[in-house]
Ligand binder design. Structure first.
Ligand code: F0G
Length: 469
């Protein structure tokens, strides 16, 4: 087979800084061993996230210059609207400043009652939102509005080394049992995250989207997709699901969204934009209510917290991401890193997902118990050894504490190596693999880590840590 090459060439470069191990030790200490507190300038290879970190294309930059900054009804909004309608097909699409703003609006609307004056009151006690796996901001927006977020991914999706082509699938049997248990009237919406970020960037099959939709229709529950990585998901459907081999990515996207009532989207992922997102839906009444919320915090409905130039970049990005040639390279390049790690028996979630490698820290560092956060310990070691920034997706992010301070750990202890789109070359990725191979040789010496200070919501962003002596 021929080498799969980047389907682009580089027009503009950004230099990165190398540091010594001593310098990195000091940087870690100053950052309280939290990667979110490390100044980006001190990072050599930044795999913290694939969100907002894409390299924009020349055509996107041209769009930035061409953006129309009119307050209402700008030309850029109409381009954005036409492009999003072409792919997602929903009746109403409102831009927002990023994915979590879409979540906040959706869940404020769905988890509140609306009084005679149109005010949102009585945030939703006893309301449930099922999903394959809620991403952390999705969960936080639900819980912050008094709701309960329920993860119902298939069993295969909880075991890193178990192979399954669509490990992001919803367990539809469990979903139906759950609906019967808590009552359909207490479920204002059912979500499905494509691809399933918190579960390893794993895709959801068309069949599963269709079945989930059928169950939702049966119980009259609205069904939304968290669409951040919709194009990567569509590509997996094309290459893994029978009957889709010959369909275009656009046709697959159209079909995925046709089974649903709306979606939330962060344009910082598959739209290659540095900022932006949207909320989309078919229901006219919901749209009116969401618009009111948008105006309070995001802005007028045709810009939603974005500049006209951002809407141009998103519209152009959405055109580029449904190019099969790009997706072929994208998925192959993520797999390339995965295979390098597997060649030394480093445990990762298999099969490799779309936007990231998820290393199984529980399997890699079995001597560190979940209470000592093996994922966070490895995140720290990756920076120490090679200036590589990654993120823990495990008990730091999802561990729950009872009144006595005892922790129920997350299902998995993962370290995510998220690959920014069109940013790093193959030799950058080779370097990451070499650092992991080095760590693999001395991993028994790595020690656990403790939290010394932490907020209640989304603690991983700002918590402080210290190594366990
Ligand atoms: N949903 C999913 C599945 C996500 O991965 C994210 C963000 C969001 C919603 C929220 O979007 O950041 O634009 O507000 N994920 C980033 C990440 C932050 O690193 O995985 P946002």
């Amino acid at each position: 087979m021929k080498t799969i090459i980047e389907p682009f060439k580089i027009k503009s470069v950004e230099y990165v800084k190398t540091t010594t191990k001593d310098e990195r030790e000091k940087i870690l200490k100053r950052a309280y061993y939290n990667p979110f507190r490390i100044p980006a300038e001190d990072v050599l290879i930044d795999l913290l996230t694939d969100s907002g970190t894409s390299a924009m294309s020349a055509k996107q930059w041209a769009g930035i210059m061409d953006g129309d900054e009119s307050y209402a009804g700008s030309k850029s909004y109409f381009r954005f609207e036409a492009q999003t309608k072409k792919i997602f097909g929903f009746k109403h699409i409102i831009p927002v400043h990023q994915g979590r703003a879409a979540e906040r609006i959706l869940f404020t609307k769905l988890l509140s009652e609306i009084d005679d004056d149109g005010r949102f009151i009585n945030a939703g006690k006893g309301k449930y939102i099922p999903n394959n796996n809620h991403f952390d901001t999705t969960r936080a927006n639900i819980e912050f509005n008094g709701g309960i977020a329920e993860d119902l991914v298939i069993e295969e999706g909880k075991h890193p080394s178990v192979l399954h082509p669509f490990k992001g699938n919803m367990d539809t049997k469990k979903l139906e049992e759950f609906i019967k248990k808590v009552g359909a009237k207490n479920i204002p919406v059912c979500m499905l995250t494509i691809t399933n970020n918190a579960g390893g960037g794993q895709p959801v099959s068309m069949q599963n989207i269709r079945e989930t939709s059928k169950i939702c229709k049966k119980y009259k529950i609205p069904f939304f997709l968290d669409a951040c990585r919709f194009a990567e998901n569509a590509y997996f459907i094309k290459i893994r699901e029978k009957g889709y081999e010959k369909k275009s990515i656009l046709e697959i996207c159209n079909e995925m969204f046709s089974y649903t009532d709306g979606c939330t989207m962060s344009a910082k992922k598959d739209a290659f934009a540095n900022i932006g997102g949207f909320i989309a839906m078919n229901n006219d009444e919901w749209y009116e209510q969401c618009k009111n919320l948008i105006i309070i915090t995001e802005g007028f409905e045709t810009y939603g917290g974005l500049a006209g130039r951002d809407l141009e970049a998103i519209a152009q990005g959405l055109e580029e991401v449904i190019d099969e040639n790009y997706l072929h390279y994208r998925i192959a390049s993520t797999k390339y890193l995965g295979e390098k790690l597997l060649s030394k028996n480093i445990p990762i979630i298999q099969p490799v997902g779309g936007h990231a490698i998820y290393l199984d820290a529980k399997g890699f560092l079995p001597h560190i118990p979940p209470e000592q956060y093996p994922g966070q310990a490895l995140v720290v070691e990756l920076f120490r050894a090679g200036g590589i920034r990654t993120v823990e997706i495990g008990s730091v992010m999802f561990g729950k504490f009872d009144k006595n301070g005892k922790m129920t750990p997350a299902d998995m202890e993962l370290v995510r190596f998220a690959i920014p789109r069109r940013v790093y070359t193959q030799s950058h990725i080779d370097y990451v693999a070499e650092i992991m191979w080095e760590i693999n040789d001395y991993k028994k010496k790595i020690k656990g880590i403790k939290i010394t200070e932490s907020p209640k919501f989304l603690k991983h962003f700002t918590a402080k840590f210290a190594p366990i002596a």
